[in-house]
Design a binder for this molecule. Sequence first.
Ligand SMILES: Cc1cc2nc3c(=O)[nH]c(=O)nc-3n(C[C@H](O)[C@H](O)[C@H](O)COP(=O)(O)OP(=O)(O)OC[C@H]3O[C@@H](n4cnc5c(N)ncnc54)[C@H](O)[C@@H]3O)c2cc1C
Length: 501
Amino acid sequence: MLILTKGRLSQSNTKYAQGGIAAAVAADDSPALHWQDTMVAGAGLCDANAVMAMVTEGRACVRELMALGVNFDTLHGEITLANEGAHSVPRVLHARGDATGAEIEGALSRYTRRSPVTIRENHTATKLLVQGGRCVGVEALDERAGQFREFGARTVILCSGGAGRLFAYTTNPAIATGDGVALAFGAGAGIADMEFYQFHPTALRLTGAASFLISEAVRGAGAHLRNESGERYMSRYHDLAELAPRDVVARAAVREMEPAQTDCVYLDMRHLDAAETRTHFPTIFARCQHYGIDITKELIPVAPAAHYMTGGVLTDLQGRTTVPGLYACGEVACTGAHGANRLASNSLLEAVVFARRIVLDSQDIDVPDYALPPQREADLAPHRHVRIDIPPPATHRKRAGGAMPALQQLMWHNTGIVRHETGLAAAEAQLREWLARAPIGATRRQQEYRSSLVLGLLLTTAARLRRESRGAHFRQDYPDANEGWRRRIVIAPETRRSGSA
Ligand SMILES: Cc1cc2nc3c(=O)[nH]c(=O)nc-3n(C[C@H](O)[C@H](O)[C@H](O)COP(=O)(O)OP(=O)(O)OC[C@H]3O[C@@H](n4cnc5c(N)ncnc54)[C@H](O)[C@@H]3O)c2cc1C
């Protein structure tokens, strides 16, 4: 087995996960309740069977993580569970307070390095090799050697993470440029739900400071959101106030910032027990302190930032994409378990549950299919299939750089939290123009730029098509949900190509 990764093994979104991993492990919880909460958050677009697989197998996967060396926080020998937005009971397992991702990434990396698996760092996957319609390997740029190499494989599993770097403000690290979606699309795979990019409502917004997530668990612990006038405003937007779904909290922040002409709102933890704040949120406490903010005594300036790619490469319940031989797992995949809006802390869960299913399926071991009896509120209309044409790259590898900051600004302003046909149409035209000029990458940065352009076009296309507002997708010109749109949008390339898009 071979792992290719474009930076060091540890460089990932996983490492930065703070809140934790959701699983129905408590005595007063059940997979049925977790299923219900996930379906509600997904705003009518979840694949009910994918959700059932995730919540049912989650408990065993969490135990497996512990066996692999992940230490979740405990009190008197019992796992402690946090509450997060839109979960009806506390069910989020965490580690070292708010360093859950670092704990999981560290344990799994150590385990993998001790195993017989070959790890090649600084290898950027640049193309999926397709023969006779089947994925048979990967082309990758070995950055140290400055060479492109081909790796044959019986099975290829894409697990290349998200794409927050597509936007000007994001909680994601530099690796998150959506390469996997562009590679899969180039190989002919179907891409689904791209319009539902999730914006986290509370990222640190401070001039000169890198965007940094202030976890939802902070609001779960009782922190309040205040506007420029000091008013606690969330109860004007939702009964659950600060614990409303993320899209509601993010749009509320935008609405509060506009009239005050500010670029942030404020998280208030001053009324919480200071010692507990330091114990439960050591990473957030230290990072804010670094910027001169004592979160136990001062307000934290926050604003929404791109956070999670809900859509991605369409898979079935076994993690298979529409290209034989190619699986997708984690944030790059779209299993349907999140619908139009991911429930907080379900992404780590989805990644581990479907990783396990993929490993079993690729070894021809049966995995349960969870075919639920038909139920009107859970069943979706057939997918809306669309084919689009992407301007092909120049065939030569040129060393000209792309304008990533311009792309990030375009996506933030035209395809961000609040969308409108005028902005979306302008974005699509601009992206097509940039794509026509972008050469096939000779370097990792160029490759990432082109992948981001492809991703931007897929997202914009889906956002233009969906003339309604649902979950993480909000259109000013179509502000209500439309029952006729309770279907998923799947985009595939106009003509099948075996090269990278
Ligand atoms: C700040 C932050 C906080 C979060 N908090 C939570 C939370 O509390 N709970 C939760 O459930 N989720 C959380 N999430 C989301 C969750 O962490 C991610 O969805 C999940 O970890 C993604 O895992 P992954 O394995 O799919 O991708 P990643 O962990 O991002 O790994 C992808 C890997 O692929 C590599 N790669 C990418 N492109 C290429 C290429 N072309 N060639 C070779 N390698 C490539 C990358 O370098 C990286 O190593 C958070 C995310 C962020 C950013």
